[in-house]
Ligand binder design. Structure first.
Ligand SMILES: [Zn+2]
Length: 312
């Protein structure tokens, strides 16, 4: 009789997307397949409760999938370089808290953190719309405007953990219609985010028409040749083209993946290359602007991929 000893090392990557309203977990197998997906509401204004909710999700996943695993967490802000306390979280009770140390202590294991825009970019760079590119820039166009940089499969977070934060650069080449410079929640004026977020687009449409409409509704109106909707969207796209040209001039990614709610506007992929090209310091522009492959799942998938092996 022959004895067979099976030693199979199951290794999962657990990703957590910590949002303002929900906390989502996925467990990815080595090939990126989702083995488990769960979500719970985010305890509102309750830091300790948020830590407990994350720990309960992870322990539940551990019980369900078995085997070994890593944990990565996508957060709305970033750990500060001075002591690891959180900063730039726009809608949570995390700011000023030693979130990484606290969650590592609760889970008794190392945890990797990155902000949600970086997680989105990593997900799309590893096995999404930018998977064949060596340099990928991810753009979030939603309630806020953010971004992330992945170079040869590696997330580049930077010395201050703000790499890719193009949303708080000034809108380049402001025209008369861009003035006066709008205020931004960050305390500056004229930030890209103040022109290009979803709420900004809605406010621009409301200012022209006195009407309330979502970005998707504005796009539908434009398809029906409604003049105001067409004009507002064209202005939006010209601004976005100028802003992305600066990203290209600095980082020169092969692929720009759009994410966030406004990435669902199909017309952006037609119009942006034309509006961007004149402002890029090159006679030809090969940069592709593409929609995300994983859509709303990219943030949580990217959190899991924070433990991806770095190649290249
Ligand atoms: Zn700003």
């Amino acid at each position: 009789m022959q004895a067979f000893i099976f030693s199979v090392a199951f290794m999962y990557r657990i990703g957590i997307d910590l949002g303002g309203t929900k906390i989502e977990l996925v467990a990815l197998a080595g090939d990126g397949e989702v083995r488990l997906r769960q979500r719970v509401p985010t305890p509102q204004g309750d830091y300790a409760g948020t830590l407990d909710a994350i720990a309960a999700l992870v322990r539940g996943a551990e019980a369900e999938i078995g085997g070994d695993y890593t944990v990565g967490i996508g957060t709305p802000g970033a750990p500060s370089q001075s002591g690891g306390r959180m900063k730039n979280c726009n809608s949570t009770c995390l700011n000023g808290q030693p979130f990484q140390a606290d969650i590592e202590a609760l889970l008794q294991r190392p945890v990797r953190l990155a902000n949600d825009a970086n997680c989105f970019t990593l997900s799309e760079a590893i096995d999404g719309a930018g998977k064949d590119a060596r340099a990928v820039f991810g753009v979030i166009l939603g309630t806020g405007v953010g971004g992330g940089m992945v170079l040869e499969g590696r997330l580049w977070q930077g010395a201050n953990h703000i790499a890719g934060e193009w949303g708080h650069m000034p809108l380049p080449l402001p025209e008369a219609s861009d003035l006066p410079l709008p205020g931004c929640y960050c305390g500056r004026h004229g930030c890209v985010e103040a022109y290009l977020s979803g709420p900004a687009l809605q406010a621009q449409y409301a200012a022209q028409t006195g009407l309330t409409a979502t970005p998707a509704e504005i796009a539908t109106l434009a398809e029906g040749n409604a003049q105001c909707a067409m004009a507002v969207l064209e202005t939006y796209e010209r601004r976005l083209g100028r802003a992305l040209a600066q990203v290209v001039n600095l980082f020169d990614p092969e692929v720009i993946v759009l994410g966030g709610g406004l990435s669902n506007l199909a017309r952006l992929y037609r119009t942006l290359p034309e509006y961007m090209a004149p402002h890029v310091f090159s006679d030809t522009v090969l940069t592709r602007i593409v929609p995300p492959l994983h859509g709303d799942s990219s943030g949580v998938r990217g959190a899991a991929w924070l433990w991806a092996p770095v190649t290249g």
